[in-house]
Design a protein around this ligand. Structure first.
Ligand code: BG6
Length: 302
């Protein structure tokens, strides 16, 4: 559907408009009394959310590509039905099948200072040998003073399906080296930068002192990201999710990424709401699973 038709069906005058984004794919622009936001239909990818009175909370790279067949760098990639590399098919895309495809708009609505957008995509068994199942995905995005993202996965296959998923949120950070993450203490994690060893997280909050790529298992508690440089605390709470990913590429990996600025690693931290590895979801035929994250931001006292 072209932008004009999208606006005729789904625009909310004075609050939500469809427009051509960078590289030309359609995107939704929200300006409300509570926030400003930008959401691409390509990958159902939120690239900007800024509640009034705060700096942007979501980081997106200045070097990102915005083209069909390429993921956007930053924002909130939707990862499904596998996380990172496919376990057996090296040619299958990193982080699954839906972040590089256009989603369709199902609904837009504004109420009580919150703009709701529902985007959807269907996967057919014939489309991919890497994951030959039928499933219907729906992402509900609630944009206001807080951000809620909920990914509903309905199994439309005749048998049970198993999948991994993530709401791969890139948080905007003042200085990642000064930042502490509370809420992952006393848990176990897979350390992807140390031969996937399983490690104990210890009693101290997590800090970033080098390349960090961890999958924390069996983690359901809210996390608080304290950023003294921007004098704020970002809180990420979740539901239907038992894994949490903490990722920062640091200097060398950032330099190898064509769609990422050389110094941008200092200003982002991925804290992802996920179900990965032993926390993958098995869903009976016909059933629906919902995974959500709720993000809020508060000024820190001086
Ligand atoms: C993280 C993974 O979730 O995403 C990392 O744990 C990966 O291993 C990162 O490097 C970015 O992935 P991509 O495909 O967007 O470059």
């Amino acid at each position: 559907m072209i932008v004009q038709q999208l606006n005729q069906r789904f625009a909310l005058p004075g609050v939500l408009l469809f427009e051509r984004g960078q590289g030309n794919p359609p995107r939704i622009h929200v300006e409300s009394e509570t926030c400003e936001a930008v959401l691409y239909l390509h990958g159902a990818h939120l690239v900007h959310w800024q509640p009034r009175g705060h700096h942007p909370v979501i980081f997106t790279s200045h070097r990102s590509r915005y083209a069909e067949g390429h993921p956007i760098r930053g924002g909130v990639p939707i990862v499904f039905p596998w996380f990172a590399q496919h376990p057996s098919d090296a040619a299958a895309p990193m982080h699954g099948l839906v972040r590089q495809r256009p989603w369709r708009v199902e609904r837009t609505e504004a109420r009580d200072g919150v703009v709701l957008v529902t985007l959807a995509i269907d996967l057919n068994a014939q489309e991919s040998t890497a994951w030959p199942f039928d499933a219907a995905l729906r992402l509900i995005v609630e944009l206001g003073e807080h951000l809620n993202l909920t990914l509903h996965v309905q199994n439309r296959s005749a048998n049970a399906i198993t999948f991994e998923s993530a709401l791969h949120t890139y948080l905007a950070i003042g200085d990642v080296q000064q930042t502490t993450v509370h809420g992952l203490e006393k848990t176990r994690y897979i350390d992807k930068v140390d031969q996937f060893k399983e490690k104990w997280a210890g009693r101290e909050p997590a800090t970033i002192t080098g390349e960090t790529d961890r999958v924390y298992l069996d983690t359901t508690a809210p996390c608080h990201v304290d950023d003294p440089t921007l004098r704020r605390r970002i809180t990420v709470s979740k539901s239907g999710s038992c894994s949490t990913v903490l990722w920062n590429p640091w200097i060398e990996k950032a330099a190898r990424m064509a769609d990422f600025g050389p110094d941008e690693w200092k200003h982002m931290l991925c804290l992802e709401t996920a179900n990965i590895g032993p926390n993958a979801v098995t869903l009976p035929a016909g059933a629906t699973h919902a995974m959500g994250c709720h993000i809020s931001v508060a000024h820190m006292k001086a």
